[in-house]
Design a binder for this molecule. Sequence first.
Ligand SMILES: *Cc1c(COP(=O)(O)O)cnc(C)c1O
Length: 396
Amino acid sequence: MHQFPDAKAVVEALAPDEPVILTRPHAAARAAQFFTQKFPGKAMYAVKANPSPDLLRILWDNGVTHFDVASIAEVRLVHEVLPDAVLCFMHPIKTASAVREAYHEHGVRTFSLDTMEELEKIVAATGAAQDLNLLVRLRVSSEHSELSLAAKFGVDLVDAAELLQATRQHCDALGICFHVGSQAMTPFAYIQALEKVRAAIAEAAVTVDIVDVGGGFPSIYPGLEPPALEDYFKLIEHHFEALPISYSAQLWCEPGRALCAEYSSIVVRVEKRRGDELYINDGAYGALFDAAHVDWRFPVAALEDDLIQPLEEFSFYGPTCDDADYMKGPFMLPADIQAGDYFEIGMLGAYGAAMQTRFNGFGATLAATVTDEPMASLYRGDRRDTRTSNNVINLR
Ligand SMILES: *Cc1c(COP(=O)(O)O)cnc(C)c1O
């Protein structure tokens, strides 16, 4: 892949008709090192956030050894790219053949479940294997997160004891996992969930070997500036250690977004301007799914030297013929931006580059590597300290 200093150099060299996905390997490497060095347990990467083989290798090279996979295709992909990686099949609804293939052909030993039926399926498909790590997924609140994962999966607390006791009979290590929702804006989300874990363990009276706090660790976007990740880690560790679990119990997490959001951005071109609406060459069916469907505000930066006017609010239309291909924003760009100008949309490494389709004949993108910094970073140490804000609770 071609390497450039930054997005401007890409536009100067290529004057691209198509959008260009820019990747920043150094940003993903830094995020991986941060989690492997600072999270007080094991950090596994949730592959669905961005399954790019290049990214998987960068994370592996920087200390990430465990991968949260959710489909048999993800199992095959990671096993092929990283044959020595430990795979954890964390989707609570799997087909019997997926469990069978994962266990017998790819060495998967860790599975999650939230029903008795899934437990029976796993036991049957692995031939009642004696070496399973089985994690019961608990339903927890998503109220502190930007994207909910609460409706779909997880056993309710009232039914958890029975499922934990039954699961204990069929595994080598028993775990409890949950997901607080994506982009959790306060560590309190995890504390609340860990209190539910405590109640479930007390009710079931089983020995728990693994507590997996899932994903949800945030990145930075306009209007969404979270507290420092160290605060999340400190509070999770404190509340994990106070649980009624064995001394040797392990703490796991499954970050997706936080490990890869800074990895990619995209360069787009304005094809038409209509007032404060810009028609651009990527959109809802490309890398900007969340911008269209949940009004996510990604950061933007103009790339032309002669754009001099103050920033104004714009919304975007994507290239397809569909009215839903609309991104409300607001996105802040120079007031004199016009057709033919390029700009960069940042922080698209998670749930951005991974979401592209070819709907309506659009979606082809070029790719380049750049060496400059992402538009925002949780890992550079130069952020405003938000610990004085009122959405953080202090330990003491
Ligand atoms: C999506 C998902 C993750 C990653 O979530 P992020 O919010 O991206 O950190 C982790 N675990 C499971 C089970 C998931 O479904």
